[in-house]
Ligand binder design. Structure first.
Ligand code: DLL
Length: 439
C-alpha cells in the first residue's frame, strides 16, 4: 500500500522532545506512586518490605527501585483490592482471562476511560482515520476491551461507528458493503477470514468494499500475515497493542510507516527487563515488557510485568512522533495462549478436567489455525473405569467437559476422550501444549 500523509491526533504529546517527555513522566510517576502507597495496602506493604517510601521516587530514574506487579496480583486481590479510588468513582469494569476460572478485572474511573479513549483516538488517527470515516468494530464488545476501546476512539474522533462486535461474518460483510465502511477494527486472524470470505462471495475490494485501513491486534501476528491481509482487503493493516490491566487497546499503535508500535508514553512508562533477573535492559534488547501507568486513577499499575517479549527503540520515526516504539510481540515468558483473541491458560483447562469424574488429569492441548481461524482440541485420558463404561455415560462426560471449557475459558474446544495411558508422559516438565500455528 502506498503511504499517506501522516495524521497526528495530539502532536503536543505525541511529538514532544524526549527531555520534555521525561520531565512529564517524572511528575506523573511521583503522583501515581503517592496515590498507590496511600490507597492500596498490598502495594504499600510491598514497598515497605523493600524499605522504600514515595519520597524515594523523584523521577523516572528511580523507577527501578519499585517492586513489580503481576497478573497473579489481580487474582489474589480480586476484584477491588487494587483500587486506588473509591469504588463509587469507578465507572467501568473490563476483564480478560486469568489463570483460574475467574476473569481478572480492572476498574476504570471516568478519567481512565477518558485517557483510554484519547489513546485510541491517537491509534485510529495514526492509521489515517478522521471524522469522515466509517469505522466497523468487529472486536467483541463486552468485558474484553477490544470492542469498547475501538468504539470509544472512533467516537472521540467523531467518526461514524458501526459497533458489530465479533462474529456473524456474513452480516459483517453486508454492513461493510452497504454502509461503505472505510476502517476495520478486529483481530488480524478475523481480518484475514473476513478478507477470504469477501472474495468467496465474489465481492471486489475497491469496488464493493471500500476499506482503506485496519487496526488489528489482541494476538500475535507476523509481517507475512500483514502482507496477506493488505492484499486480501486492499488496505493498510496496522498493528495495535494493549492489555486490560493497563488500558485495553491503544497502549501502543503503529503509524502508516509500520515500523513498530508507538507507545503512549505520556500515559505509561515502558521498560524491558531480563525476565530471569528482573534487571532493566537497554533499548534494542529483547526482553519482557513492563508497564507503569502514570495517569490512571482507578487501578494504577506499577511496574506491571506483561510477560510479553519484545524490544524498544527511540530512533526517529518518519511520521514525526517522538514516542518510543515497541517491536512486534515475539513470544511470552509464561504459558498463556491466545486462541481466537481470547487469553487461555492451560491451568484453566486443567481445573475443569481435575473437577470431572471419569477422566485422568493427563491431557494435551492441540492448537492449530484452519482457514485463518484458531482451533483448540483438548485430548484427555479416560480412567480405566470410564473406558469400559456405557457409551451414553461417556458421551455425557464428553459434553460436560466441552460445556465447562466453554464456560470457564470462553471458547469452544473440540474434546477428544482418549484411551487410558495414551497421552505421552514426560520425565521433566509436562508438555501440555502443541501449538501448530506458524507465526
Ligand atoms: O487483547 C487488548 C487489545 C484489544 C489489544 C484489541 C489490541 C486490540 P487482553 O485481553 O488483556 O487485552 O490481552 C492482552 O494480548 O498481554 C498480549 O499478550 C496480547 N496482545 C495484545 N495485542 C497484541 C498485539 C487485549 N498487537 C494480551 N500483538 C497482551 C501481540 C498482543 N500480542
Amino acid at each position: 500500500m502506498s503511504k499517506r500523509e501522516h495524521l497526528i491526533y495530539d502532536p503536543e504529546h505525541e511529538c514532544m522532545s524526549r527531555d520534555q517527555l521525561l520531565a512529564l513522566q517524572s511528575v506523573r510517576l511521583v503522583e501515581t506512586v503517592k496515590r498507590e502507597y496511600e490507597n492500596v495496602p498490598m502495594y504499600r506493604a510491598r514497598m515497605d518490605e523493600k524499605g522504600i517510601t514515595p519520597d524515594d521516587i523523584r523521577s523516572v530514574e528511580d523507577l527501578k527501585l519499585l517492586p513489580f506487579m503481576e497478573k497473579t496480583d489481580l487474582r489474589d486481590y480480586y476484584p477491588f483490592q487494587l483500587l486506588a479510588s473509591q469504588k463509587s468513582e469507578i465507572v467501568r469494569i473490563q476483564g480478560s482471562s486469568g489463570t483460574t476460572g475467574k476473569p481478572i478485572v480492572a476498574g476504570y474511573t471516568r478519567n481512565d476511560v477518558n485517557v483510554w479513549s484519547n489513546m485510541m483516538a491517537r491509534t485510529l488517527t495514526a492509521a489515517g482515520c478522521t471524522r469522515d470515516d466509517i469505522v466497523q468494530v468487529a472486536y467483541g464488545l463486552g468485558l474484553f476491551t477490544g470492542g469498547f476501546g475501538a468504539y470509544q476512539g472512533a467516537d472521540r474522533l467523531g467518526a461514524m461507528v458501526v459497533p458489530m462486535s465479533s462474529g456473524n461474518t456474513q452480516r459483517q460483510i453486508m454492513m461493510m458493503k452497504d454502509l461503505g465502511v472505510t476502517l476495520l477494527c478486529c483481530t488480524p486472524s478475523y481480518a484475514a477470514y473476513l478478507g477470504e470470505t469477501i472474495h468467496e462471495m465474489g465481492l471486489v475490494p475497491g469496488k464493493d468494499i471500500h476499506l482503506k485501513a485496519g487496526c488489528f491486534g489482541a494476538e500475535p501476528w507476523t509481517e507475512a500475515m500483514r502482507v496477506r491481509i493488505e492484499a486480501l482487503l486492499g488496505i493498510d493493516a496496522c498493528d495495535i497493542y494493549g492489555l486490560t490491566e493497563i488500558a485495553g487497546p491503544g497502549v501502543a499503535f503503529e503509524c502508516l510507516e509500520k515500523h513498530g508500535m508507538h507507545i503512549n508514553e505520556d500515559h505509561v512508562i515502558a521498560e524491558i527487563i531480563d525476565p530471569a533477573t528482573g534487571e532493566p535492559l537497554p533499548y534494542g534488547q529483547s526482553g519482557e515488557l513492563v508497564f507503569t501507568t502514570i495517569t490512571k486513577t482507578g487501578m494504577p499499575m506499577l511496574r506491571y510485568r506483561t510477560h510479553d517479549i519484545c524490544s524498544l527503540t527511540v530512533e526517529k520515526c518518519a511520521c514525526g512522533r517522538t514516542l518510543a516504539r515497541m517491536s512486534r510481540i515475539t513470544g511470552r515468558t509464561d504459558d498463556m495462549l491466545i486462541i481466537r483473541g481470547v487469553n487461555v491458560f492451560p491451568s484453566q483447562i486443567e481445573t475443569v478436567l481435575v473437577g470431572t469424574q471419569g477422566v485422568a488429569p493427563h491431557y494435551m492441548l492441540i492448537v492449530d489455525r484452519v482457514n485463518d481461524s484458531d482451533t483448540l482440541e483438548v485430548q484427555v485420558e479416560m480412567t480405566e473405569d470410564m473406558f469400559s463404561d456405557t457409551v451414553s455415560h461417556i458421551e455425557a462426560v464428553h459434553k460436560h467437559i466441552a460445556d465447562q471449557i466453554k464456560s470457564v475459558v470462553g471458547i469452544s474446544a473440540k474434546v477428544t476422550l482418549v484411551a487410558p495411558k495414551s497421552v505421552p508422559r514426560s520425565e521433566g516438565k509436562a508438555k501440555r501444549v502443541i501449538d501448530k500455528r506458524k507465526l
